[in-house]
Design a protein around this ligand. Structure first.
Ligand SMILES: *Cc1c(COP(=O)(O)O)cnc(C)c1O
Length: 425
């Protein structure tokens, strides 16, 4: 059975008593440990490591990572604004976006770096900053990633400039009087060092077409083991294989490149947990299931419903010691939506996969682990009009600090314009 990672039953109860449920809790010690591991990547080569902030975008997390020397990878102009608001210096922010922001000119003037992800974005950049230096995001033609929903390279992915068009792109950049100084490829490379080496090799092949490029960015995608049967990335081994590829490139071309990486998942996934309450149960007879109903769900953690992602789940009795008894439960969320399940079959959100948990009843607590990445930042927020859950930081000294308040119920509908649209009025 799964265990709590950084919380204790007492602390889980303290979270509910002080902040209510559901609530996200992040562990400062885990965030620091992961950041240090990333900053040690590929040493002794110079490295810029960025945090892909879409994984968890709270200002407290951005500030913590920024202070440790991590830059920021932003996925939209709005994320740039949010990082700036958190106090991250513009020069530490790099933007790689599917959608070119309307305020690009202003963001560039502030000093934000830009990776163009399409020929149209190169045109937009030229209009916003004539003669400027930019990065180019390529799709090197190879994909990995857990499912088609998370795969961000290869012919089935729309991210980046298709690698076979690089000569046309080189001409476009020259014609517009720009300088391409970075080549970027984020394909969600996973945990296998040989895949990283291949991706690095394919990306470095592209670099050969751009003599002014001094930096290569291999993106993020370092896998984390959430469940016991998963294997995480051995960052040291991936670092070694990437370093070998860089050294071979230098031997062959005489060019020394600066390396950038920008993990999201690796930095935060294991450092977050969602604390929820069990408020009800249901049993559906012969051939059916035993369901546990939580006061959280796809409104806080969408990954299981979206792509059958699995998270460790731990029951904490509302009071008293742990129970010996166990049960096989399908854990479901609070939305009126049959897809709101937290125990799907691996990679198959359509199929229910009962989980063996401590025997549970209404009033217990339920902790969903591995909830640091793509949970608070990527949920069906406000569906069924549930307000956004608060976020709490467990400091290294053991204190619990509120870093985002629970959304007020009125804020869910507060932006609506109360127009009276009855016919004839
Ligand atoms: C999302 C994203 C990342 C981070 O991916 P993880 O799998 O969370 O490490 C890095 N770079 C870019 C461009 C991204 O869009």
């Amino acid at each position: 059975m799964e265990k709590l990672r950084f919380l204790t039953p007492e602390r889980v109860r303290e979270v509910r008593a002080r902040f209510g449920t559901p609530a996200y809790v992040y562990d400062e010690a885990s965030l620091l440990r992961q950041a240090r591991a990333v900053l040690a990547f590929a040493r002794p080569h110079p490295l810029t490591a960025r945090y892909a902030m879409k994984a968890a975008s709270n200002a407290a997390i951005l500030r913590l990572f920024s202070r440790l020397g991590l830059g920021i990878d932003a996925s939209s102009g709005f994320e740039c604004r949010r990082a700036l608001h958190a106090g991250v210096p513009a020069s530490a922010i790099s933007l790689s976006s599917q959608e070119c922001p309307e305020d690009l000119e202003e963001l560039l003037a502030l000093g934000i770096q830009f990776n163009a992800c399409s020929p149209a974005q190169i045109e937009s950049f030229a209009r916003a900053r004539s003669g400027g230096e930019l990065g180019l995001r390529f799709n090197p033609g190879l994909g990995t990633g857990g499912t088609n929903r998370t795969n961000v390279g290869g012919p089935a992915s729309s991210f980046g400039i298709w690698h076979e068009t690089r000569e046309t792109i080189r001409e476009q950049v020259a014609r517009l009087g720009l300088r391409a100084v970075r080549i970027h490829s984020h394909i969600g490379s996973g945990g296998d060092p040989t895949v990283w080496q291949r991706v690095a090799g394919m990306t470095l092949e592209i670099v050969k077409s751009f003599p002014e490029v001094h930096t290569v960015n291999l993106g993020g995608g370092f896998k984390i083991a959430r469940m016991a049967d998963e294997t995480g990335t051995d960052l040291g081994r991936v670092g070694d294989s990437v370093r070998e590829a860089l050294e071979a490139f230098t031997r062959e071309t005489g060019r020394a490149l600066h390396l950038e990486i920008e993990p999201g998942t690796f930095l935060v996934a294991g450092a977050g947990a969602l604390v929820a309450s069990v408020h009800d149960a249901a049993v559906t007879g012969a051939g059916g299931y035993r369901f546990l109903k939580l006061d959280a769900g796809m409104t806080e953690i969408l990954r299981p419903s979206l792509y059958g992602a699995r998270h460790p789940i731990v029951i904490v009795p509302g009071e008293g010691p742990d129970r010996e008894a166990t049960g096989d439960y399908v854990v479901v969320g609070h939305c009126c939506e049959s897809g709101d399940i937290l125990t799907p079959a691996p990679g198959d959100p359509e199929r229910l996969d009962p989980r063996r948990l401590m025997a549970a009843q209404a009033g217990d607590l339920c902790v969903i682990e591995g909830a640091g990445a793509y949970c608070s930042s990527m949920a069906a927020t406000n569906y069924n009009s549930f307000p956004r859950a608060p976020e709490i930081l467990l400091r290294s000294d053991g204190s619990l600090v509120l870093i985002r308040r629970r959304q007020a119920a009125e804020a869910v509908y507060g932006d609506e314009v109360p127009a009276d649209l009855l016919p004839g009025t």
